[in-house]
Design a protein around this ligand. Structure first.
Ligand code: PXG
Length: 441
């Protein structure tokens, strides 16, 4: 094995990279060697501005000593503790800290190790909740087209990604319906913030209730802003309407805030930003600033209490070896501390006007079909090359990397979500780079 900085083609072979074109990558790999603040460095010393916070997770920027020291200290003090029928203090402290910043009424926390696990956990809680209340016929789950809820069988079932549904079609969880997505270029292209049109798409839920009867429906899960499938911002009034319909029919509403959580929209959680109260929120990513894998489900008092009314014994037959792992709890506590001290959970709000202005300045460039933004999130939709879907998006991604800016590509859509510590000059650098790359083509 060669030194990490001089990997040969052969050294690349054993690793099967996730969500990656392995053959293409191994033919021309992109490697990162270290990171600090807003930047990565490649093994040959090139500085890369991180415009995606790693993968929507490094909200306080890279290499934060407070976090690495807290994790090291925790591992030296208590490296591991079994989470079943046992506890350790940082787990309780972190749960309390999360409840403190969560929307009022979401008073309980179940820990997982990833967004995918958080989603599957929330879906299982929803089903078990109805059963605990004697409403065991409520088994149907409702997701949405173009939704990404991770890679578990539950998540890909309520998700709305055609590739998942094609590849694993016979193994998806039964009894799932999908709401239509809200993406509407015709009416909403170049919206600034929440688009004006499309709230009525929430009414599709009424249609599903009429079809199946509410007594068979357990929960609806949506990302407040869909991230992975290209940054789809909810039309004004849409989430409110979903909430009203769920409430009217006793259906639980789950917000998947794996991406929108921890300040991305300008408030701690999108639920607060949009003024809509879900029954559960799924979290991961920014929870530990990306340093240690961890996820969580925030649960309403009503849902939690329903479990506590049942017979004595284990109330929820669910959990992970690494639920509330001490190192993750330490990373979570240190991250929340930084977020609070540096005002990062609301900083996106003050930067959003500059972000929006700079983003919409790309409007007249070649191939630009849409620009959509919210908080410190951007979706830049490009016209695909004919017969080669995703090729233009990948080329823009590749060229930005060559010019020292890391962006994220989803088909022909470029997504941006920088660390929330970003400075105005770095916002300019991101958009100047995109401008130069788009002009080249
Ligand atoms: N829910 C949402 C809304 C997500 O965005 C997950 C669940 C799953 O989280 P884990 O931790 O299991 O990966 C996610 C993950 C992208 C991209 O390119 C986004 C995610 C993952 C990979 C790529 O935007 N989000």
């Amino acid at each position: 094995m060669s030194h990490a900085n001089t990997l040969t083609r052969e050294d690349l072979e054993a690793l099967w990279l996730p969500f990656t074109s392995n053959r293409q990558f191994k033919a021309s790999p992109r490697l990162l060697a270290r990171a600090s603040g807003m930047h990565y460095w490649t093994p040959d010393g090139r500085q890369i501005l991180d415009a995606v916070a790693g993968l929507w997770c490094v909200n306080a920027g890279h290499g934060r000593r407070e976090i690495t020291q807290a994790v090291a200290g925790q591992l030296e003090t208590l490296d591991y503790a079994p989470p079943f029928q046992m506890g350790h203090p940082p787990a309780f402290v972190l749960a309390n800290e999360l409840v403190r910043i969560a929307p009022a009424g979401l008073d309980h926390v179940f820990f997982t190790n990833s967004g995918s696990e958080s989603v599957d956990t929330a879906l299982k809680i929803a089903l078990a909740y109805h059963r605990a209340r004697g409403a065991g016929t409520r088994t149907r789950l409702i997701g949405r087209e173009r939704a990404y809820h991770g890679v578990g069988f539950g998540g890909i079932s309520v998700g709305g990604i055609p590739t998942n549904r094609r590849t694993w079609s016979a193994s998806l969880v039964p009894g799932v319906d999908h709401l239509p997505h809200t993406h509407d270029l015709e009416r909403n292209a170049f919206s600034r913030g929440a688009p004006a049109y499309g709230a009525e798409r929430a009414d599709e839920l009424e249609r599903l209730v009429a079809l199946h009867d509410a007594s068979n429906i357990a929960a609806v899960i949506v990302e407040p802003i869909a991230g992975s499938t290209g940054v789809l911002v909810p039309p004004r009034g849409y989430l409110q309407r979903l909430r009203e319909i769920c409430t009217r029919h006793g259906i639980l509403l789950i917000f998947d805030e794996v991406i929108t959580g921890f300040g991305r929209t300008g408030a701690p959680f999108a639920a607060q930003e949009f003024g809509v109260q879900p029954d559960m929120i799924t979290l991961a990513k920014g929870l530990t600033n990306g340093c240690v894998p961890m996820g969580a489900v925030l649960v309403s008092k009503a849902v939690y209490e329903a479990f506590m009314q049942g017979p004595e014994g284990i109330e929820l037959f669910h959990g992970y070896t690494y639920s509330a792992h001490p190192s993750a709890c330490a990373a979570g506590l240190a991250s929340l501390d930084i977020y609070r001290r540096e005002g990062l959970l609301t900083r996106a709000k003050s930067l959003a006007p500059q972000w929006e202005e700079a983003a919409h300045g790309l409007r007249e460039l070649p191939h630009v079909l849409d620009i959509r933004n919210y908080g410190l999130i951007l979706g830049l939709e490009l016209a695909g090359e004919s017969g080669r879907p995703g090729a233009r998006g990948f080329e823009v991604y590749r060229r930005c990397f060559e010019r020292g800016v890391l962006v994220r590509q989803s088909g022909d859509i470029i997504a941006l979500s920088p660390p929330l510590i970003i400075e105005p000059a770095q916002i300019e650098q991101i958009f100047e780079t995109l401008r130069a790359v788009l002009r080249e083509r």
